[in-house]
Design a protein around this ligand. Structure first.
Ligand SMILES: Nc1ncnc2c1ncn2[C@@H]1O[C@H](COP(=O)(O)OP(=O)(O)OP(=O)(O)O)[C@@H](O)[C@H]1O
Ligand SMILES: [Mg+2]
Length: 331
């Protein structure tokens, strides 16, 4: 539920304009006393965000859980199905570019995408052109697109270490801080860029960058390593998702996926049993897990995501099953 002040601050429209739209029924809302309130769903419908590409965020507060590995490989598998996929890296570590063997131009990254100074109110004169110029500049093909059909359907906006500075400085200046990505993706939707799905990699924390992704996403996929500490990160993420439902009612958990699985170990089975006893996690645990396999560490040296470098490996099959199971849950 939003107040007009929140909408005005978050989306850079005036409260007067919003009031007018509410009064003529262009935007749905209702009054509490003299104050208008707008439901998140009504706002998203109004902004047209619902009709854009499906947006997946891969998140976990814990480092090394497999976020970047999953983001890259699931996006490539999706592109193999013929979908056009946009990869966005919101982790200052910038691992998506590494995994896709791409060198990063520091002037063409998610830093520019989220940087407030570059943004204009959505309906301001020249805003569309400015967004068009920005997105056109930032969307980049990945190496190997000429040889691999799937890679030709992938666009990447890589990350740069400066994202960490942006997180510290810029994001704390105006409130609310979490709308920058939502706004950028809304703008992308209006430019007619041909993208079916967006996959977002996030840093190993639940700070402003991950929150931006939760504000913009429809589905959360969360790989986790098999340890008790891993579960702690998952529970914190689930609490945050619950809170964000108020601002982004389309947010759903598409799956918690065990990574580094090995059913012959006690830990593997104990962790799965523990999850099944926790109401905040149990409904989302995927049957499929991804086994621990040395080939994941070698893939970056081959210059290709694992699912392309080793298409018939057991790890590729497992990742394919993860995507299938995610799909049965999001349909
Ligand atoms: N199933 C697996 N078996 C073995 N190694 C794996 C597996 N999954 C990922 N790895 C390796 O573990 C390391 C961490 O994976 P990855 O970078 O995807 O995690 P992350 O969650 O993105 O980490 P960070 O939080 O630092 O961004 C990488 O070197 C990756 O190759
Ligand atoms: Mg990562």
């Amino acid at each position: 539920m939003y107040t007009l002040r929140e909408l005005a601050a978050g989306f850079q429209v005036s409260e007067r304009t919003l009031t007018r739209k509410l009064e003529v029924g262009e935007l749905r809302g209702y009054k509490v006393g003299h104050q208008w309130r707008v439901r998140g769903r009504d706002w998203l419908e109004y902004t047209g965000a619902v009709s854009g590409p499906r947006v997946f965020v891969v998140a976990n507060a814990k480092g090394g859980a497999g976020k970047s590995t999953f983001t890259t490989n699931l996006a490539v598998l999706r592109a193999q199905q013929g979908k056009r996929v946009l990869l966005l890296d919101l982790d200052p570590q910038g691992h998506l570019a590494t995994l896709l063997n791409m060198s990063v131009d520091p002037d063409r990254t998610t830093v520019q995408l989220l940087n407030e100074e570059l943004r204009l109110p959505r309906n301001a004169p020249g805003s569309r052109e400015r967004w068009h110029t920005l997105w056109t500049d930032l969307l980049q093909s990945v190496p190997g697109a000429g040889e691999h059909d799937a890679l030709s359907r992938i666009l990447l906006v890589p990350a740069h270490n400066d994202l960490a500075d942006l997180e510290r400085a810029n994001f704390h200046r105006t409130k609310p801080i979490e709308y920058a990505l939502r706004e950028a993706l809304d703008a992308l939707g209006t430019l007619g860029v041909d993208v079916d799905e967006v996959w977002i990699d996030t840093p190993p924390n639940l700070g402003p960058l991950t929150r931006n992704a939760l504000m913009a996403a429809h589905y959360v996929v969360s790989p986790f390593a098999k340890s008790d500490l891993g579960l702690d990160g998952l529970e914190r993420l689930m609490i945050l998702v619950e809170q964000y439902l108020e601002f982004n009612p389309y947010l759903r958990v598409a799956g918690l996926v065990m990574n580094y699985g090995n059913p012959r170990t006690i830990m593997h089975n104990e962790i799965r049993d523990t999850i099944r006893t926790r109401p905040s996690l149990a409904p989302y645990l995927l049957d499929t897990y991804v086994s621990e396999a040395e080939r994941f560490n070698q893939a970056p040296r081959l210059g290709l995501p694992l699912v392309l470098a080793e298409p018939s490996s057991s790890s590729t099959q497992e990742l394919r099953r993860v995507l299938e199971e995610v799909d049965t849950r999001v349909q």
